[in-house]
Design a protein around this ligand. Structure first.
Ligand SMILES: Nc1ccc(F)c(C(=O)c2c[nH]c3ncc(Cl)cc23)c1F
Ligand SMILES: [Fe+3]
Length: 292
């Protein structure tokens, strides 16, 4: 369908301050901070910058998906079913925790791991599905290059005719954009999607109203009928992500790594995790081995 030529604007701009999370892990928290509780269907976006021995040792997830996209450095990950691997620069792990995953995520060999982790909520009908991994090494992450000085990695959804192979249970688009100074893109955003931009480095003018922003800012997109977002770079190292998704519009009850629809389901998640039931089989006895 033709672009309606109405641009989305920026309705809110929030600077992320560094905070500590996990074990000695620095994160710039975007979505999920006090100022940006939830942007349905998104629960959290962290720009993590972790040096060993920091990291995210053994912890559970239920009811949502974690998307880990590495910018620099390397993570090791291992879960309680023996699924393990590495996530290096440019690699993508789209993990649907759904009914239950227990895993550890730590920087490989005393290196620094710098990247993004997005938490995408699942609708009630998908929350207790089987866990699932979609993992793409850097060379399998599809890229759109509409012109010289414009590089778009298509993590999910579509950009300039390039479609990501990632299957998104909650319809989501996620692109990683690098622009040389003066370069401009117009990214189509499905009308009913809620979305935001997270700036990683450099500066640019965002949206129809040309909102200028530096790094570590979350720029929330207007929900108006506009179906594209224009961005014009004002620096050679302009680097940001555009993330948008279809709102789920269901109640959210979150306690740390459990995100369900009712308090009772949260009690159930804690009990299942403690007693190793309903998807958390083996959890009480498991410890990761990647730390050693
Ligand atoms: N407090 C708390 C509670 C529950 C969690 F799951 C986590 C957690 O694992 C993470 C939170 N930000 C992250 N960025 C990157 C990576 Cl690899 C992991 C995380 C956490 F920190
Ligand atoms: Fe995790």
């Amino acid at each position: 369908s033709p672009v309606s030529r109405i641009a989305r604007n920026i309705t809110k701009s929030v600077l992320s301050r560094e905070q500590m999370d996990g074990v000695g892990a620095r994160v710039y928290r975007s979505i999920g901070s006090q100022a940006l509780r939830n942007l349905d269907p998104f629960l959290m976006l962290d720009e993590f910058d972790v040096r060993a021995p920091g990291g995210f040792p053994d912890h559970p997830h239920r009811g949502f998906e974690t998307v880990t996209y590495m910018l620099e450095g390397e993570f090791l990950h291992e879960d309680f079913k023996g699924h393990k691997g590495r996530i290096g620069p440019g690699d993508l792990q789209w993990m649907s925790a759904a009914k239950g995953i227990v895993h550890a995520e730590i920087p490989a060999n005393n290196s620094r791991a710098h990247g993004l982790q997005l938490w995408v909520n699942l609708s009630s009908k998908n929350k207790m599905s089987e866990p699932n991994y979609q993992e793409f090494p850097k060379e399998k992450v599809v890229e759109a290059t509409p012109e010289e000085g414009v590089t778009i990695k298509v993590i999910a959804g579509e950009s300039y005719g390039v479609k990501s192979p990632v299957m998104t249970r909650t319809p989501t688009m996620f692109i990683d954009v690098k622009l040389k100074k003066g370069k401009k893109i117009e990214q189509i955003i499905p009308k009913n999607y809620a979305g935001f931009i997270y700036t990683i480095s450099g500066s640019a003018l965002y949206g129809g109203s040309k909102h200028s922003s530096e790094a570590h800012h979350t720029l929330v997109l207007s929900a108006n009928e506009g179906d594209y977002i224009p961005v014009e770079s004002t620096s050679d190292d302009c680097h940001f992500v555009v993330i948008a998704g279809e709102p789920i519009n269901e109640p959210i009850v979150q306690h740390g790594p459990f995100v369900m629809n009712t308090q009772r389901e949260i009690y159930q998640a804690f009990a299942d995790y403690q007693h190793g039931r309903n998807g958390f089989e083996g959890a009480p006895e498991w410890t990761s081995s990647i730390r050693d």
